[in-house]
Design a protein around this ligand. Structure first.
Ligand SMILES: [Zn+2]
Length: 241
């Protein structure tokens, strides 16, 4: 990696409340289960918003999107529960068909105004150097638009204020799946917990060629090496205040 700059390293950044916005069931675990486990252990309240229910990530011989979505939601709930996440909100947009629309921004703004997080974690929408699911780009873009400036300004989606929600300032966004991480959370103490959470996504077992454990360990080691840790999850820090 060239021009490595480190904004934060070690423990997860201090926060009372953290909202994680992922495109599919298993994205929160794949990108940040270790950080979530460490936050929960430190008393931080973590909530997930999962935009699609992953209905296209099913075995090739099946075409029952609705029941498969229910399977993936159950897997997501089990993983979240294992990690001590407070709750999961499913927006149930169709898998593979997510766009950064005003409607999605409104839904995510409402979730932010409801949960009132200090930090929002989501996909980096602007990667170019490696393949990235288009839903990840769309969700990252919409979540960032919701976190800044929509959720803080009463002029955005005023119908939500009429319904009792208040504007809310998100302090920081942390982007996962990023090409230029500057925030490195040490997940060595919780690597087994991350693996256990990922194993809850039973229907996705074949999505990890070479085996889940090998893939997760090597990615966590890759993320950690530039900063001299053993296993890490890496993010790009975005100040929103
Ligand atoms: Zn995904």
């Amino acid at each position: 990696m060239t021009n490595l700059s480190v904004r934060h390293i070690g423990d997860p950044p201090l926060a009372e409340r953290v909202l994680i916005v992922g495109a599919h069931p298993d994205d929160p675990e794949f990108f940040c289960a270790g950080t979530v486990a460490r936050w929960v252990a430190a008393g931080t309240i973590v909530h997930y918003v999962v935009v699609t229910s992953g209905d296209k990530g099913q075995p090739a011989d099946s075409n029952e999107n609705e029941s498969f979505a229910a399977v993936r939601e159950a897997e997501q709930l089990a993983a979240a529960q294992l990690l001590g996440v407070q709750g999961v909100t499913f927006l149930r947009l169709p898998d593979g068909e997510v766009f950064d629309t005003l409607s999605l921004r409104a839904q995510l703004t409402a979730e932010i105004r409801r949960f009132r997080p200090d930090i929002v974690l989501t996909h980096d929408p602007l990667t170019r150097l490696y393949r990235q699911h288009p839903d990840h780009r769309a969700v990252g873009a919409a979540a960032l638009a919701a976190a800044f400036p929509a959720s803080r300004l009463a002029t955005f989606f005023p119908e939500q204020l009429a319904a009792g929600l208040q504007p809310h300032v998100v302090r920081t966004a942390l982007l996962f799946g990023t090409e230029r991480p500057d925030t490195f959370v040490d997940i060595a103490p919780v690597l087994e917990r991350k693996l256990a959470a990922l194993r809850c996504h039973v229907s996705q077992a074949s999505a990890f060629p070479g085996g889940l454990e090998t893939r997760v360990r090597s990615r966590a080691r890759e993320a950690a090496t530039p900063v001299g840790l053993e296993f890490a999850e890496a993010f790009l820090w975005v100040d929103l205040e």
